[in-house]
Design a protein around this ligand. Structure first.
Ligand SMILES: [Zn+2]
Length: 227
């Protein structure tokens, strides 16, 4: 049965490669333009100038897996109300939002690295379940690992950011104080003023978020997708 709640807008889809290209694999194959909802109109009012970027910060926000774009639209409302901003958002369904053309915009998302870093919010109920001790750290990891669509969405966002300037945007793990892909928790270890909400702490650093897994996935996605 057709799913009326998720209409596909053809304008959000990129051009498909010619059929012959299905035989091609690897870096030389043409990449698809990843479909993402453009949130630049909402984010414009939240930008504080521009700066070249060399860091990608993964964040978590709490939302309860609403149908369609509800999680993403709800988060945008919160950001606008509180004066924060963000380059990208993803949700459990694998929806991807990006502030198109604002890759160098300075948003307030991770104190200490706002100039050099883009940020993406990964929305779920996981951090609040963990904070209220309804689940263990291990269960939080397992919940994240079960959200294939969302992890793929984040990996595609990282991949597209990398492909937009491969030299300046390296697809490597960062400790939160150097170039590459990192988490809000990592940034907070170097910039305490950045702390204060859900922190996306990586599993292999005592947290629950599968950052290493996402980075490996991003390397594959970088062969397939670009903005
Ligand atoms: Zn954060």
């Amino acid at each position: 049965m057709e799913d009326k709640s998720h209409p596909i807008d053809p304008s959000l889809l990129g051009d498909y490669p010619a059929e012959d290209d299905h035989e091609l694999r690897g870096a030389s194959a043409p990449r698809h333009h990843a479909a993402m909802l453009n949130i630049a109109p909402e984010m414009k009012q939240l930008a504080h100038g521009t700066h070249l970027k060399d860091m990608f910060v993964c964040h978590e926000s709490v939302s309860y897996n609403r149908v369609g774009w509800g999680d993403i639209n709800g988060l945008i409302d919160v950001l606008v109300r509180e004066g924060y901003g963000i380059h990208g958002i993803n949700d459990k369904d694998g929806h991807k939002a990006w502030a198109k053309g604002m890759g160098n915009a300075i948003f307030w998302h991770a104190g200490g690295v706002n100039e050099r870093a883009v940020g993406v919010e990964c929305v779920s109920e996981i951090p609040i379940l963990l904070q209220s001790k309804k689940i263990t750290r291990r269960q939080a990891l397992d919940l994240w690992l079960s959200r294939h669509a969302q992890l793929s969405a984040l990996a595609i966002q990282i991949a597209c950011w990398h492909n937009s300037d491969q030299k300046r945007h390296p697809l490597v793990r960062s400790n939160g104080n150097e170039r590459g892909i990192t988490s809000h928790w990592n940034v907070s270890q170097h910039h305490p003023q950045s702390d204060g909400h859900w922190n996306c702490r990586p599993w292999d650093e005592g947290g629950h978020f599968p950052l290493a897994h996402v980075i490996e996935l991003s390397k594959q996605m970088a062969l397939l997708y670009e903005f």
